[in-house]
Design a protein around this ligand. Structure first.
Ligand code: Z5A
Length: 224
């Protein structure tokens, strides 16, 4: 009797890092690379990914939560994440579709926790509640000097014909972004079984190849 073909286990991959390091660009490229290997994957982002989480995204990124303080903002990011996990991430993984997210819970730890001063107990508790066991299988941390990354963001604004006023995160001082960079590196070091740090200071094609290498190393089933 013929055996039914084995369905590959769906994987959950996240991209993390500071602004302008190329996360969105590489998330799209990874989705295409997976498709070329017959892997169905959904692209999503945080904050956001579902209508309710996108509503929280607009509220926060417009600066409307700023007066509430960083702790309350961490709770809002986690509320968005809870919906994102329940309504998009978990159902897709359950039906065998891979999920690739532009930012996830490490961003709360890096921005609100390690850089924003929210204590570990709150960050740990929020992570536990919002993830409910859905820890990423692989996290790609894109790392580069924030000054160089800012130039990319400026260039993008010029190309889009926008005035670079920046949202409230992008107005923060460069020193703050250096600490943020170190925060992501610390998270990667403390979660070495899950995270891979890749230099983002290379061309888009070279970076895509380095990411694909990391993905194929982590998931050998892709080499079949
Ligand atoms: N946040 C938080 O505080 N807590 C949380 O829990 C979560 C988020 C989940 C979301 O912003 C904000 O929310 C973010 C953290 C905070 N803070 N800020 N600001 P967002 O989603 O709007 O923005 P972002 O995540 O910071 O992404 P970004 O600025 O759009 O950058 P990116 O996605 O990393 O880069 P990109 O869009 O792919 O590329 C940027 C430009 O560089 C673009 O013009 C590209 O064409 C160019 N590019 C890309 N790759 C290259 C290479 N390799 N070489 C040269 N140029 C390149």
């Amino acid at each position: 009797m013929l055996e039914a073909p084995q369905r590959r286990q769906a994987r959950f991959i996240t991209f993390e890092g500071g602004e302008g390091v190329g996360k969105s660009t590489q998330v799209k490229r990874l989705i295409s690379a997976l498709a070329r290997h017959s892997v169905e994957a959904v692209r999503t982002r945080e904050p956001g990914g579902t209508p309710r989480a996108e509503a929280i995204r607009s509220f926060i990124l417009q600066g409307r939560s700023e007066a509430w303080g960083t702790g309350a903002e961490a709770v809002l990011f986690a509320a968005a994440r809870l919906d994102h996990v329940n309504a998009l991430i978990a159902p897709n993984l359950a039906k065998g579709t891979w999920v690739v997210s532009d930012r996830f819970s490490d961003s709360t730890r890096a921005y609100q926790g390690l850089t924003g001063g929210v204590n570990d107990r709150l960050i740990d508790a929020l992570e536990h509640l919002a993830l409910d066991g859905h820890t990423p299988d692989l996290t790609i941390v894109l790392d580069m000097d924030p000054v160089v990354a800012f130039r990319r963001v400026e260039q993008r604004a010029v190309e889009d014909g926008l005035q670079l006023t920046g949202d409230r995160f992008e107005k923060e001082e460069i020193e703050w972004h250096q600490r943020l960079r170190q925060g992501f590196l610390d998270i990667a070091r403390n979660n070495a079984d899950r995270c891979v740090v890749i230099s983002a200071d290379q061309g888009e094609d070279e970076l895509e190849a380095a990411i694909w290498d990391a993905v194929r190393t982590r998931f050998p089933e892709l080499q079949a």
